[in-house]
Design a binder for this molecule. Structure first.
Ligand code: ZN
Length: 244
């Protein structure tokens, strides 16, 4: 099983971060290590995939808080494991509670405030990014947890890359010019990771505290990609938590 790790987050031994990939699962075909019950995969296989992934991280599903992601900018502070209502970001300061963000092309953005001992897991596809969910998550942590943005450590995970992520002009227009490129055929390609990097920097996160993963989920078969596999695409979890 291949698990994506983060250099900036790994520096903190009390912090656990890992993101699943396609590899190491029991589901058929492109589903591989699919962790979602909402994609027409066999539920028994999803349960086994989750057990394997959480076990590889050294945790169990009973200590994980889940989102119900709807491409919103709704953020929830949580203190108990289990399924939550509609939200696309979770924040906690609770030790032993792990936050799971589900992705297949959308960017997972993980924040850690080592001074206040608070974490956030954020689902940032183009819609959530356009709604400034990363900025709103930082504001949420400032308001509710007393976070200073300069203290934040941030990881932007594997997502659809600017190499492959073709979008309409009306989508590209929702982002700063530097976040998209127009090719010779007049097609627009969005850099959703860069758009989130810009939000982090604009909100006071230090560049030296930010890591941007280079991988593109669409062209790298190690990752689930909704754009590439459509209905056959599984979902990956990016998981962050403070060890108890
Ligand atoms: Zn690509």
């Amino acid at each position: 099983m291949t698990i994506v790790r983060s250099e900036v987050l790994t520096k903190f031994p009390q912090l656990l971060f890992g993101m699943s990939t396609v590899s190491g699962g029991v589901s058929a075909g492109t589903f591989g290590l699919n962790l979602s019950f909402n994609v027409n995969d066999d539920p028994a296989n999803v349960r086994e995939n989750r057990r394997k992934f959480f076990s590889a991280l050294g945790i169990t599903e009973e200590c994980v808080a889940f989102t119900h992601q709807q491409h919103t900018s709704h953020i929830l502070s949580v203190s108990v494991p289990g399924q939550n209502d509609t939200c696309d970001a979770l924040v906690t300061d609770k030790k032993g509670l792990f936050l799971a963000i589900s992705v297949a092309d959308c960017a997972p953005v993980m924040l850690y405030d080592p001074r206040k001992s608070v974490i956030a897991g954020i689902h940032a596809g183009w819609r959530g990014t356009a709604k400034r969910i990363v900025e709103k998550s930082i504001q949420h942590m400032i308001r509710d947890n007393g976070t200073e943005p300069a203290d934040l450590i941030a990881f932007i995970g594997p997502s659809a890359g600017k190499c492959c992520y073709e979008v309409g002009e009306e989508v590209a227009a929702q982002f700063p010019n530097e976040c998209s490129a127009k090719n010779g055929n007049g097609k627009y390609f969005l850099d959703v990771k860069h758009a989130n990097l810009v939000q982090l920097l604009e909100n006071g996160v230090r560049n030296s505290n930010i890591e941007v993963n280079k991988d593109c989920t669409i062209h790298n078969p190690l990752f689930h990609s909704h754009r590439r596999d459509g209905k056959g695409s599984g979902r990956m979890f990016a998981v962050i938590g403070l060890q108890s």
